[in-house]
Design a protein around this ligand. Structure first.
Ligand code: LMR
Length: 340
C-alpha cells in the first residue's frame, strides 16, 4: 500500500516536473521568438536628413527582418539629448544614436577633426576623407569605450546667424553664440571675439527667443525645421565648417547580434546612408531657399577679402588641436580637398 502511494506520488511529481519543463521551454521559445528591439534616439526633426534616415532605417529593417527586428525611434530629443544618448547607449537603454561630431569629445579627441574651421573645402572633401584610411579608422576610435561607429551621415555646411550682418570679426563683438559642447567651436568664437554658451540643440530656439543667446550656427535643415529664422535676421555662409554625424551603436550589442541579422542591418545601413547623404544635399538647397522665401531673413555671402580675413583668424586653431587630433589625421583631411 505504502509502495503504491509512493508510486502515485512519484508519478504526480514526474508529471509536475514535465509540466514545469514544458512551460519553461515554451517561455524560452516565446522569448527567443521576440523580435530584437532597436531603439534609436536623435535630436532633430523628422524633416531633416537624419530624421528621414532614422525613419527609412526603421522601414527597411522591419520589412526585411520582419518578426526578427523591431525599431523604435525617439526623435527631437524626446527622450535624450545627444550627450545623454551616448550614456544611454552605454547603459543599454538605446541601441542607436547619431550625434554630431562635437558630441563625441569625451570619447574621442580625434573626431574633433571634423569641426576644425576651414579644414574641409566642401562636403565632397569631407566624404573623401571619411572613405579614406583615417575616416574609416575613426569609426573604431571609441571601441575601448564600448561605442562602435557604423556610418557617417551628412547634414551640410554650417551657417552662422545673428541679428546683425556678420562680415568682419568686429561684427561679433558683444554677441553670445550658442555652441555645441565643442572646444573647437569655443576657440573659433573666441578668435572672432564673441562669447559662447554651450547648449543642447533642443533649447536653442527658446534660447534665441529669450535672448539668452544672440547668435548660432547650424546646417540649413536644422535652421529651417526649428525656425531659428523666426529670431535671427542675418545668415552668413562662410562655408567654414561641416555638420555631420556618426551613426553609433553599443559595441557589445552589435557583436552579440546573430550574424545574419547583423549582416542584413549592415546592408540596410549602407543603403540608408546613401539616401541620407543625397537628402542632405537636397535639403541644404531647398531649406536655404525656404528661409529666404520666408522673407524673415537675409543670406550673406562673404567677399574674397572678407573670407581671407576669417581664414587668417581661424586656421591657426588647427595647430591648437594638433596634439589632440593627431597631425596625420589633419594631413589626410587636407589631402581630401584634392579631388582624386
Ligand atoms: C546641434 O546640436 O546643433 C546639432 O548637432 C543637432 C543635430 O543633431 O543636427
Amino acid at each position: 500500500m505504502r509502495t503504491q502511494w509512493s508510486l502515485v506520488r512519484l508519478s504526480w511529481r514526474m508529471r509536475l516536473t514535465v509540466l514545469i519543463g514544458v512551460l519553461i521551454l515554451h517561455a524560452v521559445n516565446a522569448h527567443a521568438a521576440e523580435p530584437i528591439l532597436i531603439r534609436f534616439s536623435h535630436v532633430t526633426s523628422e524633416a531633416t536628413p537624419k530624421g528621414h534616415g532614422a525613419l527609412l532605417f526603421k522601414k527597411l529593417a522591419e520589412e526585411r527582418l520582419a518578426g526578427k527586428v523591431r525599431v523604435e525611434i525617439y526623435p527631437r530629443a524626446l527622450k535624450f539629448n545627444d550627450v545623454q544618448a551616448l550614456l544611454a547607449l552605454l547603459f543599454g537603454d538605446i541601441e542607436l544614436a547619431a550625434p554630431s561630431f562635437a558630441k563625441f569629445r569625451s570619447f574621442s579627441r580625434q573626431i574633433q577633426v571634423f569641426d576644425l574651421p576651414f579644414l574641409f573645402s566642401d562636403v565632397d572633401a569631407v566624404n573623401r576623407f571619411q572613405r579614406g584610411e583615417a575616416g574609416v579608422k575613426l569609426l573604431d576610435s571609441m571601441l575601448s569605450h564600448g561605442i562602435k561607429g557604423l556610418a557617417y551621415w551628412n547634414n551640410g555646411m554650417r551657417v552662422m546667424s545673428a541679428n546683425r550682418p556678420l562680415r568682419t570679426p568686429q561684427d561679433f563683438k558683444r554677441l553670445r553664440f550658442r555652441i555645441e559642447p565643442s572646444a573647437v567651436m569655443q576657440a573659433q568664437y573666441r578668435a572672432l571675439g564673441a562669447a559662447t554658451v554651450p547648449m543642447p540643440f533642443k533649447q536653442v530656439r527658446e534660447g534665441l527667443k529669450m535672448g539668452l543667446v544672440t547668435g548660432q550656427e547650424n546646417a540649413w535643415s536644422n535652421i529651417h525645421s526649428k525656425g531659428f529664422h523666426d529670431f535671427q535676421t542675418y545668415f552668413t555662409e562662410a562655408r567654414h565648417s561641416f555638420l555631420g554625424y556618426m551613426l553609433v551603436t553599443n559595441a557589445d550589442f552589435w557583436t552579440n547580434l546573430p550574424a545574419e541579422i547583423r549582416g542584413e542591418l549592415d546592408k540596410i545601413i549602407q543603403e540608408v546612408t546613401v539616401e541620407v547623404n543625397k537628402n542632405a544635399r537636397e535639403k541644404a538647397k531647398s531649406d536655404r531657399q525656404r528661409v529666404i522665401d520666408s522673407k524673415k531673413a537675409e543670406v550673406i555671402t562673404l567677399t574674397d577679402p572678407e573670407l581671407a580675413e576669417w581664414r587668417t583668424l581661424l586656421t591657426p586653431i588647427w595647430k591648437q588641436f594638433e596634439a589632440q587630433i593627431g597631425i596625420e589625421i589633419i594631413e589626410q583631411a587636407i589631402q581630401a580637398n584634392q579631388p582624386r
